[in-house]
Write a protein that binds this ligand. Structure first.
Ligand SMILES: *Cc1c(COP(=O)(O)O)cnc(C)c1O
Length: 367
């Protein structure tokens, strides 16, 4: 008997998520010194973690024998105050990835479908397929979301529309006006998930007021994370804002202690570290310009980005990726499921890291 046959076909056919290569793995494989490796592959914050947040983390260490607060009261209270939403509208997750899974657990099933864009975040097709739901991929427009086509693709069995704004891996954005028009147009029986993992990297004028839209649109779910601008990717904490009924359903299907106690305390502290986030924003903009300049000098095109990463067209990306690895620089290939075989996605690092990347890229293109 093949034990695989015991699993539903839609589970057996899942292609696992390909994360950015860890520094330790490359060091092992190539015999390189970890300290000399530059990882620009997972959109992590090159500034690390803020000082206040570090202090909050240290103060939790004496209580690790105890379970966390399963309701995450303090973090939800902090989020509630910051964004002016009821605590009953907040769902915490082990990273926002967890929250996306909770949406699929609560609302997707065989016989239902979910709509997403070509070049979308890999978790959307994964979370859809893992529930036995059908994924409807809509061709991109200028690498970004074609909202008209996505609205038209909504089928009778569609339950969820997934949208990342800005989008990963393309860095493209939909304007607040166009996004709001889309939300108005989607039937109320269909949930619209707006994944704002990169929200903190947007200029205020480009930020959609999605939290306010929640009052008018009970079918809207907004997700955010502490992994990017807040510099807490390793701790895994994110959240969703939704109508209380939707939030309640998501809370029913989560693990009772899905966010650990260190993450809860760190996220609450990070939320107050406004200066850290402001600096991350400013340095990211400078880094984006630095990489654009470098790409221009190398005669390369890129997709204009609104995130903390930029996707550059390098031609034979799989080869260039390997040549960069040999030089101790890890970026992200976006062929395969992302369908961008000529591009590489590069996270904006520190000025020195960006410089290292550009030098390694120049050498790799000549090789
Ligand atoms: C990075 C990212 C996330 C966040 O993942 P976490 O699980 O919160 O670390 C979510 N959505 C998109 C589009 C991302 O790029």
């Amino acid at each position: 008997m093949d034990l695989c046959d015991l699993s539903p076909a839609y589970v057996r056919s899942i292609a696992p998520y390909q994360p950015g290569k860890p520094i330790s793995e490359l060091a092992r494989e190539m015999g390189l010194d970890e300290a000399k490796i530059v990882k620009l592959a997972s959109n992590e914050n090159p500034r690390g973690t803020g000082p206040r947040t570090r202090a909050a983390i240290e103060s939790t260490l004496r209580d690790l024998a105890r379970y966390p607060d399963g309701s995450g009261f303090e973090l939800r209270q902090a989020l509630s105050r910051r964004y002016g939403v009821e605590q009953s509208s907040i769902v915490l997750g082990n990273g926002s990835n967890d929250v996306l899974e909770l949406v699929s657990l609560a609302f997707l099933a065989p016989g239902r479908s979910a709509v997403y864009s070509q070049h979308c975040f890999a978790v959307y097709p994964l979370a859809t397929q893992a529930r036995g739901a059908r994924g409807i991929a809509v061709p991109a427009k200028d690498y970004g979301h074609d909202l008209d086509a996505m609205a038209a693709a909504i089928a009778a069995d569609t339950q969820v529309v997934w949208i990342a704004n800005p989008n990963n891996p393309t860095g493209t954005i939909v304007s607040p006006e166009r996004l709001e028009a889309f939300v108005r147009r989607v039937p109320e029986r269909v949930l619209v998930v707006i994944d704002e993992a990169y929200n903190e990297y947007l200029h205020a004028d480009l930020r959609a007021d999605t939290v306010r839209w929640l009052r008018r649109h009970p079918n809207l779910i907004v997700t955010r994370t502490f992994s990017k601008a807040y510099g807490l990717a390793g701790l895994r904490v994110g959240y969703a804002l939704a109508h209380a009924t939707v939030a309640d359903l998501m809370n029913r299907v989560r693990q009772p202690f899905n966010v650990n106690s260190i993450a809860l305390a760190a996220a609450a502290a990070a939320l107050d570290d406004m200066e850290f986030v402001a600096r991350s924003y400013a340095e990211n903009l400078q880094g984006l310009r630095q990489i654009e300049q470098g790409a221009k000098q190398l005669g390369l095109e890129w997709i204009p980005s609104y995130g903390n990463f930029i996707t550059v067209r390098v031609g034979r990306a799989a080869d260039i990726y390997k040549r960069l690895l040999k030089r101790g620089v890890i970026v992200r290939p976006v062929g395969g499921g992302y369908q961008l075989p000529e591009h590489l996605r590069v996270t904006v690092g520190t000025e020195a890291e960006n410089e290292r990347f550009l030098a390694a890229l120049a050498a790799s293109l000549k090789e």
